[in-house]
Design a protein around this ligand. Structure first.
Ligand code: DC
Length: 227
């Protein structure tokens, strides 16, 4: 591909966005950008430093001192560099950080802090960026836009199968409740709520393999890009 393109993917928690985006990025030779990890990094830092997430002004004060940049991890993904150090992705994949990330993502100052940094990822090359507001706010001019989702039951099953993300003693029922709470919060916040963009292709992934979803994403993108 000689031109630079952007593929934007939104969708609720545990819908399989990351798996599909990674597969499609590998096949297209594109760069994979996970914006959820950016919010998770802020949540992780707040939890680590004892900053009260329910007090937006305290988070905003901390943001003024923090830096976040991105670099190529050498494997086709971005590495988040937070306050000069690469973030350890496994530390972001806990149930506590997941819930806290949805809470910090409601804070207008956090979203404003993030927006230009995310848009600057376009300079990395052709990108596949996933999150909650990528099609609607971050990359409204993306070449192809998708809303990837699945039924709550299917998403709970998928999340339950990802051991790292699930708290000790959790059940499918408790995981489903955690996902539902996070989705409700992400869908109902006043700024950049989770919703399908009017021009996004909505893909219901129940009964589909990640490869099948990636095939559909790639075919739709190629059609839009006239490749
Ligand atoms: O995709 P994820 O589950 O890792 O995202 C964690 C949280 O971050 C999610 O519950 C809401 C927030 N988020 C957001 O508000 N906007 C994005 N573009 C990506 C994530």
């Amino acid at each position: 591909m000689s031109n630079l393109y952007q593929i934007a993917i939104d969708g609720p928690a545990a819908a399989g966005k990351s798996t599909v985006a990674k597969l499609a990025a590998k096949r297209l030779g594109a760069f994979y950008v996970n914006t959820g990890e950016m919010y998770r990094t802020i949540a992780w830092a707040c939890l680590k430093e004892g900053i009260d997430i329910s007090a937006p002004e305290k988070v905003e004060l901390a943001l003024a001192k923090w830096t976040m940049t991105f670099q190529n991890d050498g494997n086709g993904e971005i590495e988040i560099v937070f306050n000069g150090k690469p973030v350890v992705k496994a530390e972001l994949r806990t149930a506590d950080v997941a819930m806290a990330s949805s809470n910090v993502a409601k804070i207008p100052a956090v979203r404003a802090w993030m927006l230009q940094k995310q848009r600057d990822c376009r300079m990395l090359g052709t990108i596949i960026m996933e999150g909650r507001d990528i099609c609607t706010i971050v990359l409204p001019d993306a070449t192809a836009k998708f809303f990837i989702t699945a039924t709550p039951e299917e998403r709970a099953r998928r999340r339950f199968a990802q051991s790292g993300e699930v708290a000790a003693g959790a059940t499918i029922k408790s995981v489903a409740a955690e996902i539902a709470e996070r989705d409700k919060q992400d869908e109902n916040r006043p700024i950049a709520p989770l919703k399908p963009a009017a021009d996004a292709k909505v893909i219901y992934t129940d009964g589909m393999t990640p490869e099948e979803v990636a095939d559909l994403v790639i075919a739709t993108f190629k059609e839009k890009a006239k490749l």
